[in-house]
Write a protein that binds this ligand. Sequence first.
Ligand SMILES: [Ca+2]
Length: 550
Amino acid sequence: MPCHPKLALALAAGVLAACGGGGDAPRTLACSDLVTAKLDIPNLQVASAVEVPASGALPAHCRVNGALNERTGIDRKPYAIGFELRTPAPEAWNGKFFFQGGGGTNGFIVPATGNLLNAPTGTALERGYAVASTDGGHDGGQSDVSFAIDPQARSDYGYNAVGQVTLAAKTLLQARFGRAPERSYLLGCSNGGRDAMVAASRFADQFDGFVAANPGFNLPKAAVAQQWDTQQFMSAAGPGQLPKDAFPASAMTLVSQKVLERCDALDGLADGIVNDRARCRSRFDLDRDVPTCAGAPAADCLSAPQKTALRNIFAGPRNNAGDRLYASWPLDPGVSGQNWRFWKLDAGFAPLPFNTLIGAGAMGFIFTSPPDAPDLSDAGFAYQLGFSMDSDAPKIFATTTTYRESAMEFMTPPNPTRLTTLKARGKLIVVHGTADPVFSADDSIAWYDALTAADPAAAAYARLFLVPGMNHCGGGPATDRFDMLTALENWVEKGRAPDVVVATVNAADPDVMAAGWPARRSRPLCAYPKQALLRAGAADTESAASFECR
Ligand SMILES: [Ca+2]
């Protein structure tokens, strides 16, 4: 039996195990040998594999950087799917693989340490995981949306980079450790949450579980909503005003206060958190419950144009035929959050890169087919104001002979309510802040309702957790610290389905401090459709233990 490592690596895993120096120990490779190892991965270039000494909380590990599918695009620019893989020392590896979802439009390698989203502490690498990340198939950084001129780069960004890097990473792990990972998970927030939802549909055979946080589920539709929001905000703007001027912090704080007046106590406790989102929807009326200014806008009232704009924004975009083009948005007290304000009122009009995820950059380059490729020198402001809900919004569904996949095809899960492979072998946790200003929690709720309508047994493999007050991936007056990786591990590895996940506050968050909440506040996050209600006779209203999911 040949036991030269380079030859053995080309052979099957069972053969590799037989090459382990005469015993049962599997053949492993030193970190640096991964550069020259002959691996059965087409079009793989491993640029470097280096030992990284322990630093701070991070353990010593091996960092591999490489690329897949180096090629030239139709725009004659070079492309490749860049990736990073960090592996613990063999004796520290927990035997598991963690794919770290991307963010925004990707375009760079995020250090593959395994960001655990809103977990209070730690990274996946610290927990013993091997971790991979990808640039999504282009490397111009967050501010460069020109990659989307190339159709393959669109597909790589939408789904293909995750699929390709997963296979390459697993092969590298086999070479490094002499065995395949026993469990594989994918976690991400925002576009990384979209990565998780797409992978749960396209690549469920490669993973045991997913956490999709604040997912950009129907991201091209959310981008249509962003153009709509810009137009609505500006309809209430005076001369020379931008959206953030037309809606100062006092305006959104007023809305938040009025929502709390009507809805806070519906869940049994006036604590600044609206758990009973469904009843609040019928109880709170923006027109009736927020005073209308007799004259100019002031801190204790909204002008009629401000109210019209907010009503239209929260109802979601529609075309002139009345067709809904995205989802509605919950009117949650978290609309006063700084993160809400940043994304809803600043980001789309800021200098690049912040308008690239959902503003004119993303819509005009990535989500329109063929790409509108607008002038972004004004941060895309003119493009957003001129965007037609009748003739431009349908471009997210369009294809051409060059752009054969529409944005909705390459950005969203192919069959989001028919997850048969996931059902057979994996679990999906979706967690969404109800005051997310980028992707509406109502869109995630609509998906989950449709999933459970299509498969009444869906809670056995997919669960949705709503986080009242939470903005985009965190922030807002909310209990936004929680450990969904542990919840997923318990579900996959121990069969303990998550009914409740306890969440705590980030006491340093300015929105939490402004609300005056104690640092020890904790609350249960309940698997939808249940919600946290105060137990009868509970004494300590700051403790999650005083609530139950009903
Ligand atoms: Ca409450």
